[in-house]
Ligand binder design. Sequence first.
Ligand code: AMP
Length: 502
Amino acid sequence: MANPLFDALFAPLSGRSSRLLVLASGAEISGDALFRMVARTANALRGAGVGPGDRVAAQIAKSPEALAAYGACAALGAVFLPLNTAYTAAEVDYFLGDATPRVFLCDGATCEALAPVAARHGAKTLTLNADGSGSLAEAAEGQRDLITPADRGPDDLAALLYTSGTTGRSKGAMLTQANLLSNAEVLVDLWRFTDRDVLLHALPIFHTHGLFVASNVSLLSGGAMIFLPGFDLEQVLAALPQATALMGVPTFYTRLLDDRRFTRDLVGHMRLFVSGSAPLLAETHVAFEQRTGHRILERYGMTETNMNTSNPYEGERRAGTVGFPLPGVELRVMSDGREVAPGQVGVIEVRGPNVFKGYWQMPEKTAEELRADGFFITGDLGMVDAEGYVHIVGRQKDLVITGGYNVYPKEVELLLDEVPDVLESAVIGVPHPDFGEAVFAVLVARKGSALDGEAALAAIRDRLARYKQPKAAVVVDSLPRNTMGKVQKNILRDTYKDWFKR
Ligand code: AMP
């Protein structure tokens, strides 16, 4: 009997007396204790009717029990379907209707509203609260803490992760055991993770970054995790002295840099800082190195593909780039059906064992984005420079087409960010009566400055072709971001859609 994912990530925890998780309270959970939690949870879920191939949806807080629920699904050969805790009942309704899970795990506080929704879609609801209590824990109590894992192969589904769906319906990305495992193996090797590592884990575990990149890498390497419920600056500062590595989204790093207690001394012992899920400003990269002496290692991936590229562990980690394709991953940049030359911008396509199997029950969408030759069309615009470093220019759907000309928002944003009073910027296209779309800038001022939008535009005027210059700018307090720190340009486009309406 084999179950590659369970065998690699969870089976080795059995009998491991050393700590696996360190919680915010300082409490520690050994590998063996988590293994037994996984086994009891798996037996409880099996009792609720979950078998191989069944989906288990979970809209639950991050906790050791939540990690155990993921392990339990691996043991049962079930498909783990984590949902963002911010999703509303209407959104959960869509996901449960689409994925038809056997069991839905939710917090006791939302159970009353969500259990009828789950029941309508044929799912049994069990509760799992942030402190580990709830009807799942009750069902797990007294279960055997041994489990015979279901027989599974590399191509069997292990997880279903819905894309953030900023345009159109959210799609369920089908990830196989081999997708997850191959990527974790490559990353452990590339980033030199060992059983001596203590990963500061402050990411959510409903998303590929926290669940697969962080947790799988740590589990596979046999290391430990400081498992925080989220990014709380005080908790992170307090935990850093015990950690060897941190994986974060760019906002983790800007928030740390904003605090004077974040010093070279505090992190002198650290081995690695990884950033991803959203672009890390070159300015942050430089400021981080100046403060700490460490160069952040930026990597690029997405729900459908796991990780695709990474800056090198040894060798130059280049600011503003996402490094090189991972071993085993092929990457090409395409425009008009042809691969473009180095330095040219096009749509990034990737192929490799990391690339998902397709979208859940959406064969047409799958066929649109996953080519017959196995290349996945990421929808990210990028270029590969002469030295092979990959640069992400933005999402294809964020491209602005004004008067027939293409404008890459990133090019304009980089210039705006250099204006002294500008803290950050987002450039979008908004409907315009003459140009179809007009370039439009949303600016955030540096603390204490009196930023004027027109003055900021005037400051970059000499540096950009006329058609690329924003036709208007607004100054706002902050940019809308999702939990992973990505700027939600769809919200900005909606907010300013009538700006040029006559
Ligand atoms: P998600 O599926 O939520 O992980 O989002 C994936 C998207 O995040 C990618 O398609 C990119 O647009 C973006 N992304 C991830 N990592 C990076 C990065 N290092 N730099 C720029 N964009 C990134």
